[in-house]
Design a binder for this molecule. Structure first.
Ligand code: HEM
Length: 390
């Protein structure tokens, strides 16, 4: 880690992510392993990101999220170990591959319905017609909430992400009103579930879980908020990137269409090359040396999972998707805060890609235009992916 070239500066917002992600990541990496951007330090190499992610006592998530001033505890991202460990021990079983597999038939049916409607039209915007509604339906299904609330949930989610996006301006009254509506909506449903505990949805199960002391209503509310913040746009983005990539690469698309056993490898590599979470924030609790640089206490450090995932010292031909790659990526993070919903995200992506290719094996981007990614943004994702098919 100490053979770093130089630890220079870069203005993240000025890097050409909107037009050429490979170049933007390269330019950031070339600025060094621990780069100054404004008041923050960005860790760019796989080694430096791994080092910081696995030292939560020095690189604190709680202190990073405190600055947001969220009215609900963002569980478990805004909690540091050892308390964090209690939450993860309690929550991990609810999001295990086995638990998620129990939901597969219902989620597959819902994905199939959305894609049937798209197929009948002969064209679509993948982001608006599939990648946005599906993860919201998944959230409502898992928590046993009414499907009729899907579009309201999408609207609330957009507002809250705007609220928490560091690049956005001050929250408008409309944004604050939407955040309040989601807060009230979830609070009411939690209270209703306390009164009626007969369901088998995740909300009821979380309340009945008495191991590790259980979760109180405020903590459950925080987890629901966190799910909305972390589990919707990330999946939307990965679905958009996946279908845009396959639309533009006929050879890869045909391999996938002809052999669904390649889909899990495609998902992992797609997440590595175009992971939705480019940076994760931490604040240092003490002075620390990382990548040959002394970082003072109280510094905001951004762990660039996106940059680490394209580090040529860790991955061969790092900018491209390789179905035979066995390399473990950073797209779900590292260390104790590694994504709680990774098995759910993988399941959602696999279901979408299978159900899509069963119905629509051949497709291309409308007008042959490259889908655009807005920048700067908190979650990386394509704004729209217009596809046409026979
Ligand atoms: C492709 C989709 C997804 C990606 C790429 C992704 C990525 C990530 C990353 C990088 C982190 C670590 C953040 C950090 O180090 O500070 C994280 C944490 C988290 N994710 Fe995901 N995520 C995805 C989907 C989901 C879903 C579907 C859920 C729903 C439950 C979810 C819930 C969470 C939670 C609760 C955390 C915080 C975990 C903790 O602090 O212990 N994510 N995710």
């Amino acid at each position: 880690m100490t053979d770093t070239a130089l630890n220079g500066t870069a203005n993240i917002n000025d890097l050409p992510f909107a037009t050429d992600r490979s170049r933007a990541w390269r330019e950031l990496r070339e600025a060094g392993e621990a780069v100054t951007s404004g008041e923050e330090i960005i860790l760019t190499s796989a080694a430096a990101v791994e080092f910081a992610a696995k030292k939560p006592e020095i690189f604190s998530s709680a202190r990073a999220f405190d600055r947001l001033g969220s009215p609900v505890p963002l569980i478990p991202i805004a909690i540091d170990p050892p308390e964090h460990t209690r939450f993860r021990r309690m929550l991990d079983p609810f999001f295990s591959p086995k638990k998620m597999a129990e939901r597969e038939p219902e989620l597959r049916r819902q994905a199939g319905e959305l894609i049937d409607a798209i197929q009948a039209k002969g064209h679509c915007d993948v982001v608006a017609d599939l990648a946005t509604p599906f993860p919201s339906q998944v959230f409502l299904t898992l928590f046993g909430l009414p499907m009729a609330d899907r579009d309201r949930l999408v609207q609330w989610k957009d507002s809250i992400l705007q609220f928490t996006d560091p690049s956005s301006a001050e929250a408008t009254p409309e944004v604050l009103a939407h955040a309040m509506e989601l807060f009230t909506y979830l609070t009411e449903h939690i209270a209703e579930r306390r009164a009626n505990t007969t369901g088998n949805d995740m909300l009821t199960q979380l309340m009945q879980n008495s191991e590790e002391g259980g979760m109180d209503d405020n903590e459950i509310l925080g987890l629901c908020f966190m799910f909305v913040l972390a589990g919707l746009d990330t999946v939307t983005s990965a679905v958009g990137f996946s279908l845009a990539k396959l639309a533009g690469d006929p050879q890869l698309r045909r391999r996938i269409s002809n052999d669904y056993s390649l889909i899990p490898a495609f998902i992992e590599e797609l997440l590595r090359v175009d992971g939705p979470v480019p940076f994760a924030p931490r604040v240092t609790t003490e002075e620390v040396e990382v990548a040959g640089r002394v970082v003072p206490k109280d510094t905001t450090v951004m762990l660039s999972y996106g940059s680490a995932d394209r580090d040529p010292r860790r991955y061969d031909d790092a900018d491209n998707v390789h179905l035979d790659s066995k390399a473990v990526h950073f797209a779900f993070g590292r260390g104790p805060h590694r994504c709680l919903g990774s098995h759910l995200a993988r399941l959602e992506l696999r279901i979408i890609l299978e159900e899509w290719h069963t119905r629509i094996p051949e497709y291309s981007v409308a007008d042959g235009k490259d889908p655009q990614m807005p920048w700067p943004t908190g979650t990386m994702g394509l704004k729209s992916v217009p596809l046409v098919f026979k």
